[in-house]
Write a protein that binds this ligand. Structure first.
Ligand code: SF4
Ligand code: FES
Length: 247
C-alpha cells in the first residue's frame, strides 16, 4: 500500500505544533498501525530527521498506553486500541490524518504523546479499600452475587486509555470514572468507602478540568473495552447518595 500521512508534530508542550505530510510506500495490509508508524520512523531516522513520538507499550490491547486520533476517531475506524488496528482497515492511496488525543486535561508532551496523568490522579483520589491485615481471606468467605461480580469484572476491564475523553465533545472522563466507581461499588469489599470515594474522585475529575457529561454517548462508542454508558448513571446515583451523607 502507498499512503499519505498527515501527522501532528510538536517539539514540546510549549512549542507551537503543525500538521506535516509524509509519503509512505510498501505497507502491508497485515501490519498493525503502530508497525506502519515504526516503518515511517525508520525512514525518518535514515534521513537524519526526528522520528515521530507516539505512546505504546504492550501492543496487545492490554495496557491502554497507545492513543492517537486517526481520521478524527479515537483509536481509528475500528472499535479497538490503536495497537490492535491493522492496515487492512485502510486502502491503497489513502490519506490518513493522525493527531494526539484532543482534550484540555491531556496536554501534549511531544508530537502524538499526551500526558494522561489526570486519570491516575483521579484513581489516587479514590484512595484504598479497607482490608484487614493478616493472611489473605478465604475467597468464598465474602459472598458476592454472581450478577454483581460479573458486572464488576466487566467494568474492571477499563484500561485507562482515555479514548472516552478524547471522543467526548465536552472532554469528560465520566465513562472512565463510572467504570472505576462501579467496579468497586458492586463488590462487598468496596462498600466501606463507597461514598467518600465517589465524592473525592468526582472532585478530582472537576479539578483536572474534565468537562461534564451531557449524555452524548461518544465515549462508549469509542471505548475499546465496550464499557457501557450506564456506569455513568451508577456514578451519578452514588454521588447523590454521597452528597446526602454530607461528603
Ligand atoms: S472507559 Fe473505555 S475508553 Fe475510557 S479509559 Fe476506560 S477503556 Fe479507555
Ligand atoms: S500498546 Fe498497550 S493497549 Fe495498545
Amino acid at each position: 500500500m502507498n499512503l499519505t500521512l498527515k501527522i501532528w508534530r510538536q517539539a514540546n508542550a510549549a512549542a507551537e505544533g503543525a500538521m506535516h505530510t509524509y509519503q509512505l510506500s510498501g505497507i502491508s495490509p497485515d501490519m498493525s498501525f503502530l508497525e506502519m508508524l515504526d516503518i515511517l520512523n525508520e525512514d525518518l531516522a535514515e534521513k537524519g530527521e526526528e522520528p515521530v513520538a507516539f505512546d505504546h507499550d504492550c501492543r496487545e490491547g492490554i495496557c491502554g498506553t497507545c492513543s492517537l486520533m486517526i481520521n478524527g476517531d479515537a483509536h481509528g475506524p475500528e472499535v479497538t486500541t490503536t495497537c490492535q488496528l491493522h492496515m487492512r482497515s485502510f486502502k491503497d492511496g489513502d490519506t490518513i490524518t493522525i493527531e494526539p488525543w484532543r482534550a484540555d486535561s491531556f496536554p501534549v508532551v511531544k508530537d502524538l504523546c499526551v500526558d494522561r496523568g489526570a486519570l491516575d490522579r483521579m484513581i489516587q483520589a479514590g484512595g484504598f479499600v479497607s482490608a484487614n491485615t493478616g493472611s489473605a481471606p478465604e475467597a468464598n468467605s465474602v459472598p458476592a452475587p454472581r450478577d454483581k461480580a460479573m458486572r464488576a469484572f466487566n467494568v474492571a476491564t477499563c484500561i485507562g486509555c482515555g479514548a472516552c475523553v478524547a471522543a467526548c465533545p465536552n472532554g469528560s472522563a465520566s465513562l472512565f470514572l463510572g467504570a472505576k466507581i462501579t467496579h468497586l461499588g458492586e463488590l462487598p469489599q468496596g462498600q466501606p468507602e463507597r461514598h467518600t470515594r465517589v465524592a473525592s474522585m468526582v472532585s478530582q475529575h472537576d479539578h483536572e478540568g474534565f468537562g461534564g457529561c451531557t449524555n452524548i454517548g461518544e465515549c462508549t462508542a469509542a471505548c475499546p473495552k465496550e464499557i457501557p454508558l450506564d456506569v455513568i448513571s451508577q456514578l451519578n446515583k452514588d454521588l447523590r447518595q454521597a452528597m446526602r451523607e454530607g461528603h
